[in-house]
Structures are given as structure tokens and as C-alpha cells.
Design a protein around this ligand. Structure first.
Ligand SMILES: [Fe+2]
Ligand SMILES: [Fe+2]
Length: 195
């Protein structure tokens, strides 16, 4: 199984990064819990979780090399996304090219795990929220979102995006338009849910 190959690669790649390995396995376990609850394909979730941070420790140049080679309008990518987010793009490419992943749910879940997007699939939402709330995450917002996710996944997604935007706004950080679009989308969705 491809997920066994990925896991053994991860164990080698992260042998000096025990906390990152714990995080990845935490995302996997959290995603599998959600998967059982929502009756999703657990192989898809496990594979996406194991791959989501596979390029986290690539240098900026390594990430850019992969992104430049694969994506068309890279100028736009670099203008819109800060360096911390680029690993999601390169992980998407590595998943395709090195692990021959073709499943769109896996690929989109990897690509959108950092800031989310409007109208995510259940798989994308589960990976996004599992990344934000896995048990090793202890920030206030993560604890809050973990609690909300027990009863309302869309509200958890909205809150995670909203808190992230506020955090980076305070920091004067670069916030991609897609984050504002996603927040707007989930805010509207929650309004409809309340009606
Ligand atoms: Fe990540
Ligand atoms: Fe992560």
C-alpha cells in the first residue's frame, strides 16, 4: 500500500524531527476519527494526512524549484502566498510525481491544508481541521476550534480561518485573498445553517 511506503519514508525523513512526526501522526489519527464519524474513505484521509507536510523542511529554493517546474503562473503564487504556505504547493507536486497520487480528494486536501478555501469537500475540511486541531496543537484558537469541531465542522472551519486572518492581520502578515474569500463563504454558510 502506498500509505505504508509514505510512512516509512516519513520515518526516515523526520528521524531528527520527532515533533513534526508526532504532528503528522496526530493529523492522521484525528482525520481518521473524523473519517469514521462522517463515513469517509479512510485510505484517502490517511494518505493525505501523511503527505500534507512532506516538504515542510525543504528550503525555500527547493520549494520554489518544484513549484516553478510544475505550476504555470508562479509569479502570482509568490505574490499571494507567504513562504510558510509554499510547502502545500510542493507537497501536492511530490504526491503526484513521487507517489503517483491521482486522487483529486487527496491532492486538493494537501494543496488547501494551510489556509483552506471556499466550498471545500469533506476531505479537504477534515484535513484542514485535523491539521489545526490535532492533539499536539495547544494554542488557544486550536483548543477552541477542536471543541467546535465536535459538533459543527463548518463552524470549526470558519473559526480557524477567521482566527488565522486576525492573527496575521495583527502581525501585518501577507494574507492571501483566498483566505478572505473562504471566510466570507463559511460565514454565509453558517448564516444559512442558522435559518
Ligand atoms: Fe503544513
Ligand atoms: Fe501540518
Amino acid at each position: 500500500m502506498i500509505k505504508d511506503v509514505i510512512l516509512s519514508d516519513l520515518l526516515i525523513e523526520l528521524k531528527d524531527k520527532p515533533n513534526r512526526l508526532k504532528h503528522v501522526l496526530g493529523v492522521r489519527d484525528t482525520a481518521l476519527e473524523f473519517g469514521k464519524k462522517f463515513n469517509l474513505d479512510l485510505d484517502i484521509l490517511e494518505t493525505a494526512a501523511l503527505l500534507h507536510d512532506i516538504t515542510k523542511y525543504y528550503t525555500l529554493n527547493q520549494n520554489k524549484e518544484i513549484i516553478d517546474r510544475y505550476f504555470g503562473d508562479t509569479k502570482k503564487i509568490y505574490e499571494c502566498y507567504n513562504e510558510n504556505i509554499l510547502h502545500a504547493f510542493s507537497a501536492y507536486v511530490i504526491a503526484k510525481e513521487e507517489y503517483n497520487i491521482t486522487d483529486g480528494e487527496i491532492l486538493n486536501s494537501i494543496l488547501n491544508h494551510t489556509i483552506g478555501r471556499a466550498n471545500m469537500s469533506m476531505y479537504e475540511k477534515v484535513i484542514f481541521i485535523s491539521d489545526y486541531t490535532e492533539p499536539n496543537r495547544t494554542y488557544k484558537s486550536c483548543v477552541k476550534v477542536r471543541k467546535i469541531a465536535e459538533t459543527n465542522l463548518d463552524k470549526a472551519v470558519f473559526t480557524a480561518i477567521d482566527d488565522s486572518i486576525k492573527f496575521y492581520e495583527k502581525d501585518d502578515g501577507l494574507i492571501p485573498l483566498i483566505a478572505y474569500e473562504a471566510r466570507h463563504y463559511y460565514r454565509k454558510l453558517l448564516e444559512v445553517q442558522h435559518d
